[in-house]
Design a protein around this ligand. Sequence first.
Ligand code: SF4
Length: 388
Amino acid sequence: MLSLLDHSELAPIVDRIDRGERLGEEDAVRLFATRDLNALGALADRANRRRNGMRASYIVNRYINYSNYCILSCQFCAFSRKRRDADGFELSIDQMVEKARQALSLGITELHIVGGLHPSLPFSHYTGFLRALKALDSRLQLKCFTAIEILHLAWLAKKSVRDTLQELKDAGLESLTGGGAEIFRKEIRQKIARGKESAEEYLDVHRTWHGLGGRSTCTMLYGHLESHADRVHHLSLLRGLQDETGGFTGFIPLPYQPENNGIPVRHAPTGAEQLRTLAVARLFLDNFDHVTAYWIGMGMKLAQIGLSYGADDLHGTIVEEHIFHMAGAQSPQLQTEQALVRAIREAGRTPVQRNTFYEPIRTWDSDPSQASGQGRLVSETGQAISGT
Ligand code: SF4
């Protein structure tokens, strides 16, 4: 593998990495510009293997969008609706509990819950659904709300962000989601998400949550109007906060979806661009343990290849996804656990079921001859929730 790198235009950067030097923003822009995609992938794969070995993870989870009503109108968003729109929706707490109850029979360990910035639901509604879902099964991990939703809830509750997060934590919140980051550079953020809170506000919510002992993921929406330098600026701010708090569990790059929105870009980023972004993220975010190849946005086939370009996680079973599909994603609504295990095995990795915090629950054998089935369970180290 290293001969591929020795003869690459990336050789000077390889030398610097080998000397233990941290990549600067200029290095990362140079990595984005390389035409030697295979060498970039090999370099990112080497960095990933040093950290995660041959393991690649997935989570058995379910998404719930509690509502798509939103007071904002981000230009890139195909999900949000106003009250006057016929296809707006809002779930009652009972409906959310029923969706969760059904998903528990699939063995989910996590509910991933986000929605729009709802114009009128009271703060007690949010603490109410957290408590009701936790009461269903106390082992179910609740990963909820973007930093932008948290700012909205703090405004609703007329409390500080810290007090708002503490109340949500007391009600059962275990992790924040990474959504709402979009792209941090102000000039681009204005063009794709006018009116949305700033990068500093996004980062400050995560900083406060980490200060309360919480963990979270983070994201970057890419492939629209931003440049490679804008992506690197975004990664640099995330790396800086991670240096400060260590509270991010993983990074999830989100490829832009072009349909049903107001951005004048008609194509999702190409496969090469998606792999390049995964690889540069893996190399630049040297203080992150995990990078996800998000199959909903990439499609399963490319996400599987992403496991050789620096990613060590495929995300989850998901069950019901609205946000990417309303923007034109062609991927299916769900993956079975068997399909995720098979994809990881065929990529030459050892499948590991993880929990919300990327801790292993179950490890499967990596025998590719088992590619069509679930295969053999090698070890069980965490708490799986099976059929209730
Ligand atoms: S991206 Fe989020 S905040 Fe923006 S319009 Fe859509 S739902 Fe609302």
